[in-house]
Design a protein around this ligand. Structure first.
Ligand code: AMP
Length: 384
């Protein structure tokens, strides 16, 4: 085990979105310096970092130069090539290791790894042609979901197939990309476990978060999730197993479908902090970002104790349609915490920020979240 990387050292973040921004805030708070590298200028992370490198992830010379100046490299974005990870590893410590990214950035590799290691996944087939998808539909039964194997997030590169007639159009929409066909899961709930593992193999998690999506994008997270002890136990045991087997050093989120009480299917792994874990920034002793920092620096992991029940609501670009939302009105409630990511352009579906509502009970937090939503955009109220 290598020496801990103490405050005063420099953290290198590959990627520059809101996840990196919140990691940079946590790192700055603890006295670390921060550098970020991505193709973006004046990025959410760059606004907080000491230094913002603007380069493509496949510019290996830039990655090497970046790695030379930092004490550890970590990620806020997993779609970085193995070549880039190897280039960074020539000069500094990279956590989590390249093998974690390699597995989690590609659905086919991820699902195959999960299945081979005995973790529950939806039945799937590797497909590339219309004939493959027809055969998969026959084997798995309709409906199925077609997903690109690489570089997918928030439901992008994903299409549901309800009838055999849909197949040709669905395959055409892939533009030749490698894909998987997956059985459609009639879930009762979507939940996630955000977990962390240290260099000493210590493990912590934040229990179960409950997630409600709209248009395939996370809309709200309820913490703790409204699940039974059996589901809680099953989810956290699976998460612990995955982080251990994958030998993760850092934070990893496991997304699940709950199909019955205590019965879960793993949907996806994110080898970094996750949108559902944003709630930890305001509601827990140690945020998922500080936890990532502690894990990749080889420090002891922090307490995951939750102070108060909380609900996180994503703020998408849609809310800016008629100008800047009226923050004054929502901040009238002292239990509401506002986070904005410093993005200049508010596009539809773009994650611009989030709010966390803390209250004495989940029901109260949900009611407040609902009333805030009504203030911001009445048409966007969510059923829960
Ligand atoms: P993903 O990009 O795989 O996380 O999927 C985004 C969302 O699409 C999930 O959170 C689910 O709401 C839905 N979804 C994905 N795969 C399936 C499936 N096999 N069955 C049912 N719903 C799915």
């Amino acid at each position: 085990m290598s020496q801990p990387i103490f405050p005063g050292s420099t953290i290198g973040i590959l990627g520059s979105g809101q996840l990196g921004r919140m990691l940079a805030i946590a790192a700055r708070r603890m006295g670390y310096k921060v550098q970020t590298l991505s193709p973006e200028r004046n990025s959410p992370t760059g606004q907080i970092a000491d230094l913002e490198w603007v380069a493509n992830y496949n510019d290996l010379d830039a990655i090497r130069a970046f790695a030379r100046g930092v004490d550890v490299v970590t990620f806020e974005f997993e779609n970085v090539s193995s070549e880039a990870v190897s280039a960074a590893s020539e000069f500094t410590i990279v956590r989590p290791g390249g093998h974690v990214l390699h597995t989690a950035q590609h659905r086919l590799r991820e699902k195959t790894w999960l299945e081979e290691n005995g973790f529950p996944v939806a039945p799937f087939r590797h497909v590339s042609t219309v004939e493959d998808v027809q055969a998969a539909a026959k084997a798995l039964g309709l409906p199925i979901v077609l997903k690109t194997a690489g570089f997918g997030y928030d439901g992008k590169g994903q299409v549901k197939i309800d009838s055999l007639e849909d197949i040709e159009r669905a395959v055409a929409s892939l533009n030749g990309a490698e894909a998987i066909a997956e059985g459609f899961i009639k879930f009762t709930r979507e939940v996630s476990v955000v977990a962390a593992r240290g260099t000493d193999r210590s493990y912590v998690d934040y229990g179960v978060f409950e997630n409600i999506h709209r248009n395939h994008i996370l809309d709200i997270t309820i913490a703790p999730g409204r699940v039974t002890t059996a589901t809680m136990k099953c989810a956290t045991e699976i998460a612990r197993g995955i982080l251990g087997k994958l030998d993760v050093v850092g934070v990893l989120c496991v997304e699940f479908f709950e199909v019955a009480d205590g019965e879960l299917i793993v949907n996806e792994l994110a080898p970094r902090p996750h949108n559902s874990g944003h709630v930890t920034f305001d509601a827990h002793v140690t945020s998922q970002f500080e936890q990532q920092l502690r894990a990749v620096c080889g420090l002891p992991l922090g307490s995951t104790e939750q102070y108060r029940p909380a609900v996180m609501v994503n703020l998408l670009g849609d809310l800016w349609k008629n100008g800047t939302p009226s923050w004054g009105r929502i901040l009238e409630d002292p239990g509401v915490k506002l986070h904005l990511y410093g993005k200049a352009e508010a596009r539809e579906g773009r994650k611009m920020g989030h709010i966390t509502v803390v209250a004495d009970t989940i029901e109260q937090a949900l009611a407040k979240a609902d009333s805030i939503r009504t203030t911001l955009a009445p048409q966007l109220r969510t059923k829960h």
